[in-house]
Design a protein around this ligand. Structure first.
Ligand SMILES: Nc1nc2c(ncn2[C@@H]2O[C@H](COP(=O)(O)OP(=O)(O)OP(=O)(O)O)[C@@H](O)[C@H]2O)c(=O)[nH]1
Length: 206
């Protein structure tokens, strides 16, 4: 089983496909753009994009292919779920319906993919817009409990206010993936049909 595999040697590279999912206007693009550019630009177009971004983690190059898209329930949704190795599920702490949608997404992902090591399902739940605490309708405890019950990671962040909390989300996911994903470079797969806004590759250190 995967859990019996040794972690790969440090010098090897790793490619991780990550899809960012959640209902409308929860901040999926804001989180993705924050990670890639360290900036919050306020308004984001409705563009389907795969961003490719490399990091050095413990001296090892990790390339994240991040698929960010506007909310939709089209057939592309299933393709995204299959394409991804890991999932960032976003809700807004001011939007109860978006939180309920994350619960449903977890069930959908778990039934679409088989995980040998259910202790380490590569899903992170993100409660965004933490800066809007005066409009909060979802308690932190509710997010934490959902994560506990589903074996996911949980973070509350503000894409508007903070780069480091966003970095922590992706860093946590990469750490989970390091233990369970074999290290091979492979093509982006659906890259051809998805317009990429960020053609440029950058390499940063966590
Ligand atoms: N106050 C606050 N606003 C945020 C935050 N993150 C995103 N927003 C705002 O929320 C709105 C939606 O952000 P997007 O990043 O476009 O959300 P999305 O989930 O990608 O939306 P869709 O593409 O429509 O599905 C924008 O007006 C952002 O400026 C945050 O952390 N705090």
């Amino acid at each position: 089983t995967r859990s019996q595999q040794q972690p790969p040697p440090l010098h090897m590279e790793m490619d991780v496909n990550i899809v960012v999912l959640g209902t409308e206007s929860v901040g999926k693009s804001a989180l993705t753009v924050r990670l890639l550019t360290r900036r919050f630009i306020g308004e984001y177009g409705d563009i389907e994009s795969i961003y490719s971004h490399s990091f050095l983690v413990d001296g090892r190059e990790i390339t994240l292919n991040i698929w960010d898209s506007p909310y939709s329930e089209t057939s592309l949704f299933e393709k995204k779920v299959q394409w991804a190795d890991a999932y960032v599920l976003v809700y807004s702490i001011c939007d109860r319906a978006s939180f309920n949608a994350v619960s449903r997404l977890i069930q959908t992902i778990k039934s679409a993919k088989t995980y040998l090591n259910t202790e380490k399902v590569p899903i992170v739940i993100v409660g965004n817009k933490r800066d809007l605490h005066h409009r909060r309708t979802v308690l932190s405890e509710e997010g934490r409990l959902l994560a506990l019950n589903t074996n996911c990671h949980f973070y509350e962040v503000s894409a508007a206010e903070n780069y480091h909390s966003v970095l922590t989300v992706f860093h946590g996911l990469v750490n989970r993936m390091k233990d369970i994903k074999p290290t091979t470079k492979r093509p982006l797969g659906l890259k051809g049909i998805v317009k990429s806004m960020f053609a440029r590759r950058r390499t940063d250190s966590f």
